[in-house]
Design a binder for this molecule. Structure first.
Ligand code: ADP
Ligand code: MG
Length: 385
């Protein structure tokens, strides 16, 4: 049975009718460009083969019904569309409800629906299970209600949904990656213009793999740390008299830092400015066909997140250091930080040894065993059936 058939069947068993269709949207890993999105900067995600799927059918009575295969004990959640308001829905149901709310807020005449959700994107692992879910629902609504919205427009809407309705102050990276990525490609994003460019990212052709190692340490975006970094960056931009830190050129970094008070704001600024520059250096290498050459830039990016942005943790640091020592061409934490997953770029022949080395290093400390898989760039949000 295909995954589309499985959710179709689940929908039918639960709601007693066939869905009108099945849609899916992927999780992502970010190759480089972390916390740059809310600084109007650059990033370079790929879509994972892991995705959220939704079987959906419209309803005419204004009652939204939600069920998730990941939260079977919660049963079916029923919400009246007219009652939807920011921060009024608790738990996982807030994410799909948020999307419907955001569509209506944006003036789209959409009604209710029965939704059956299922996902193999690990949650809270820095792989963007929340954006996958939002984009799957938004893509389903876009088709069912014939809204004609483009993938970047859907991404914007999903970001607003998560920011305002759920209450997580995330940037646009996750939603844009889930909505816009293409198979075999990385997605270059300029978060100011929302211009995107598909860049070939054919790991196999270069004899390489991109390992994703989930440290199983749960991050908490909604927690103050993310919001605090975000506020710090906005404050630094304000003090420097620029619209966003993206407007500080790398060549002018030292001069800009000297104009900021000593301490935290300087290191936040240094991470963002050098990180944007790293995305540009990675892009130049990819455009020159040198995928292997990006390794050291990834590792540099990790050091910047660890030392300047202070968003890594003992587990992600150990995973990165061990991967590099075991022969990875480069490695870094991916996602918002404080745990979650790392990526490691490696020669195919070295992948198993790297995974074994990281597993052994965690075991030696008595930490939970990390979960590893290889990421091949998958497709963005789409209709499955
Ligand atoms: P990440 O997006 O990095 O996985 P978040 O904390 O942003 O982590 O989002 C995780 C939350 O998204 C989960 O706690 C849950 O509320 C919601 N979620 C993700 N996947 C699903 C799913 N398949 N079904 C229901 N809710 C989900
Ligand atoms: Mg998320």
């Amino acid at each position: 049975m295909t995954q589309a058939e499985a959710v179709r069947k689940g929908f039918n068993a639960l709601y007693g009718a066939d869905p009108e269709g099945v849609w899916q949207a992927p999780g992502r890993v970010n190759v480089i460009g972390e916390h740059t999105d809310y600084n109007d900067g650059f990033m370079l995600p790929i879509a994972l083969p892991h995705a959220a799927r939704v079987a959906a059918a419209r309803r005419e009575d204004g009652v939204l019904r939600l069920y998730s295969g990941q939260y079977p004990d919660a049963g079916v959640t029923e919400l009246r569309l007219d009652d939807l308001a920011p921060r009024t829905v608790d738990g996982w149901a807030a994410y799909p409800a948020a999307v419907v709310w955001a569509l209506r807020e944006a003036g789209h005449r959409v009604g209710a629906a029965d939704l059956y959700l299922d996902s193999d994107v690990p949650t809270g692992a820095g792989l963007s299970s929340s954006a996958a879910l939002e984009c799957a629902v938004a893509t389903a609504y876009n088709d069912l209600y014939e809204l004609g919205l483009t993938p970047p427009q859907l991404a914007r809407l999903c970001q607003r949904a998560e920011n305002e309705f759920v209450g997580v102050p995330c940037g646009i990276l996750d939603q844009l990656a889930s909505a816009c990525c293409a198979e075999g490609h990385a997605l270059f994003v300029d978060a100011r213009s929302l211009d995107t460019r598909q860049v070939p990212f054919d790991l196999a052709a270069h004899g390489l793999v991109l390992l994703v190692i989930d440290t199983q340490v749960k991050h908490a975006h909604a927690d103050g740390a993310y919001a605090e970094r975000r506020r710090g960056c906005e404050r630094a931009a304000e003090l420097l008299g620029v619209r966003a830190l993206r407007d500080v050129p790398e060549a002018g970094l030292d001069e800009a830092l000297a104009r900021l008070p000593e301490g935290g704001l300087r290191s936040l600024t240094r991470h963002i400015v050098t990180e944007d520059a790293r995305v540009e250096r990675v892009m130049a290498l990819l455009d020159a066909g040198d995928l292997r050459g990006i390794g050291p830039i990834l590792t540099e990016g990790h050091a910047s997140m660890r030392d300047d942005f202070a968003i890594s943790c003992a587990e992600t640091d150990l995973a990165v250091d061990t991967a590099v020592a075991a022969g990875a061409l480069g490695a870094r934490m991916t996602g918002g930080g404080f745990g979650g997953s790392i990526i490691a770029l490696a020669d195919t022949a070295d992948a198993d040894g790297i995974t074994a080395a990281v597993t052994a290093a965690f075991a030696a400390r008595g930490w939970t065993e990390p979960r590893a898989f290889t990421a091949v760039p998958g497709p963005g949000a789409r209709r499955l059936a």
